[in-house]
Design a protein around this ligand. Sequence first.
Ligand code: RAM
Length: 887
Amino acid sequence: MLTVQKLRVEYKENPVGLDVRFPRISWQLQSEKRDVLQQSYEIEVSAEADFRRRLWSSGRVYSEQSSHVELAELMVRSRQRYYYRVRVWDMEDRSTEWSETAFWEMGLLAQEEWQAEWISAPLSLLDVEAEQCPLLRGSFHTAAKPLKARMYATALGLYELELNGSRVGDGYLTPGWTSYGQRLQVQAYDITAQIAAGENAVGAWLGNGWYKGNLGWDNRRHIFGSRTALLMQIHLTYEDGSEQIFATGENWTAAAGPILMSELYHGESYDARLELSGFSRAGYDDSRWSRVELITHSKEMLVAQANVPVRKIEQIKPLKLLKTPAGETVLDMGQNMVGWMQFSLDAPRGRQVELVHFEVLDRDGNVYTDNLRGARQKITYIAKGGGPESYEPRFTFQGFRYVQLTGFGEEPSLQDFTGIVLHSDMERTGFFACSNPLINQLQHNILWGQKGNFVDVPTDCPQRDERLGWTGDAQMFIRTSAYLMNVAPFFTKWLKDLSADQLDNGGVPFVIPNVLGENEHSSSAWGDAAVICPWTIYQCYGDKRILEEQYPSMQGWVEYIRQQGQDEYLWDTGFHFGDWLGLDAKPDSYKGATDTALIATAFYAYSVQLLQKTAGVLGRTEDARQYSELHSRIKEAFKHEFITPSGRLSVPTQTACVLALMFGLVEGTAKERTTDKLLKLLEESGHHLTTGFVGTPYLNLVLSEAGHTDAAYKLLLQTDYPSWLYQVTQGATTIWEHWDGIKEDGSFWSKDMNSFNHYAYGAIGDFLYRHVAGIELDEAYPGYKAFVIKPQPGGGLTWTAAALETMYGRICSEWNITADQLEMSVSVPPNTSATLYLPKADLPRVLEGDVPLEHAAGVHSTEQLEHEVKVILGSGDYKFSYKLGAQ
Ligand code: RAM
């Protein structure tokens, strides 16, 4: 039975509040059968769930497309809900039933629809010096219970809303972080169930967040603005079709709340004695509250939330309570996590407790907070007394494994503490395990690096006074991140901010949103995020729209580079971070030894190549032609500048070799010599890497692509410094910023740049999925419409099991070696096909189930290659087995 499943609009299940004018629909097929392809589809859209009246129908469309089908003919209306369903036909012309009905709902599409005004608490109410946070309140009357009620809200700063005493929505750190001057997100909430007939009340908490709070390492604040404010509007629709709007305005009231201080880096101070309980309930007496002030602030930059919300994703209970040699009381969460602590206590009124969050104990086992630099990561809570009470913060988050407790008494109970993990609620898509437990821990650490640093924007780290959207780090990790989770909405949003913050001359700020100022922009390998990120999302999700939307930004970046030097084809000017934190750096420098002109020119070539491909995909033939020519010239210039006439790469570092190979800048003899040089350099360093941020992500890939998988495994499996597994053997639960964050003698690399949760080196995840498990894209069929499975067993691994949830469904690749026998399980989702390479296989000896390979259903073709058998597969679940050949 063929069925249509998992209906999505703009990657989301039944979203409310979209502002995408031409929403795109995706679905998946499910079938027990093999070799299933979609021959045609039909989509129906209706304003009613029972499809009594159709608003639009696609008719039967003969196409295999089942993701991102754009509804280009539907004229969407503000606040309208659209129900839709899909059916498809297979190649035998059999149709499915209609899918279950799904829906999406538009948000407020026009600025004129906003009746709400920006409201703010009078500053005189607050201890401004201390950054006290205000509460706001408004109430309204409804004659009857509405049929439908929606709330649209945003803030300057962060907000949390309550309606009639309960929280609105389950998103945190709303409205999220964008380039606030140009883009400010609005969240939409279905509040129908929360609205009562009669009196209703709305309460709001406001916090500083990214808008107004501390950002960056030099203690800057008020970067986007100096005053928090709320904008909120409720639309009520009654049974008779009439409507009522209730919005923020002058009749709202304000008061100082119990939050005495709240900062992303520093934590929160909360005096529970100042709670105004019941303030968001009807009938609350706010006669002692003050009138709000109306703020003049534009509404032009309002946009709907594009990303998935930050939510509470999981809970962690502390592993143990430690008493440090210095006498400190410390909780060990067992995992370097990002979020906050929830705790309860039974204490007399006025008792103050404190929690200081930090990542590692020092070599003596004491509290260590130096690497947090200026970030205090501290929660202060003053009890109201009178029975057990509990608390968790609102407008901050911490990066930590340990929590130092003060004021909880000698023996606090572990029961009273829970770690709440917060991050953007991205669907988990990738799963990887193998026979080596250290690699599995590495994979775990990569995943947790992503969790902790995908809190609405891709950050470098989540703990110190930084946590910024470093473009380089994002670019290095994006491919790995797209294996682990669905990151398409996440990067769609962030790239819009990148475009928004890009300079007029095409330069790309070091961090997005840009909080470092006008002059901090355009390092090679960092700015290239403008091109690499959209291209990667396109490849991994088949999302052509992101290329359309980012094209001016991608092109802007390339054209910027073009203007930089004397020579249009070489980038040998300006500031670059270089191979950041490379181990071949000079003492006291963060910049690895690789010539920055080589790095810059190599990335220039790569970005131009991707831009050329993008132009091709978008049908911009003339651009494609021009960029292809530019690419050849850059390649020529690279050769002229960095390769000697006899084919030797003139910059003898691991990273230089890696980039030249990865970006196809060396050919023939030069390619051979560069590969040999890389192997030699590795040998000289005892099969250890010296690469930094720029070289590391590609190191293992180029080795295995050049046929030296054994060398790649050797690097992967090293357990002494410097290596991925060194940190694992040191007990890491996330990826470190430095190869030697903690040295063998237990001392630290440094105190000012030593994050223990920095995902950049986690880019090795790419190698695990792509080469160890072998799940690889077919560039010509983006989104895994067709893909490759080419596992490369080695490194003493006896089995690997990996899976990837794609737009079409789940791809699986599992291999298992026992004695001289290899077994492989492979899943190919319906409506896709795969090219499988069975390593060391002898065609006549390969079975699928108990049938000879060539006779198995779903197998389209087979071919014996020198070291492997190549199989073209239609959809289905397969089990291959064979005796390993001698090759
Ligand atoms: C550090 C960041 C980041 C890196 C830049 C260059 O401050 O942590 O990881 O990209 O520097």
